[in-house]
Design a protein around this ligand. Sequence first.
Ligand code: SF4
Ligand code: SF4
Length: 155
Amino acid sequence: MSNVKEDKKYKIGEVAKNIGISVETIRMYERSGILLTQKSQSGQRYFNENDLHWINCIRRLIKEQGLNLEGIRRMLALLPCLELRPCSEEEKKNCPAFNGAIVPCWTMKSKVPISCQDEDCCLCSVYQSAIACENLKKVLYQSNQEKRPLTKLEV
Ligand code: SF4
Ligand code: SF4
């Protein structure tokens, strides 16, 4: 189940001001596929508290861990979507996100099986697990354990 907090919605300019970065930087995160934007029923793009938390986390990954956008994207590609959002063996077999993906599953939406295409990635436990940020440490740790199966992450 999603843990998205629905209490407050922010426009991109408000997010930029709150975090102290430019609107263009946020747009760059969106273009690179590491940040998704939600849309209201009227089509207005917005961010919520979880997104702010994730953008702050991105800033720390860049400044403190020395990652660049490509590094973050590759890290997100390691998220075990098939464990967090179970899919069938048949779906896995035909899914590019399962077969050696180097980009996050939500960036190849048109190529994943239909059951995943029908989901809103912003609300999916896989994306929400990533933007919780703390879970990424587990993903990184487990990616360094040779031939060790990934265990379910806390979402
Ligand atoms: S992206 Fe592919 S492997 Fe991941 S949950 Fe969806 S169908 Fe399964
Ligand atoms: S719904 Fe989107 S984020 Fe969730 S597993 Fe499928 S492609 Fe990935």
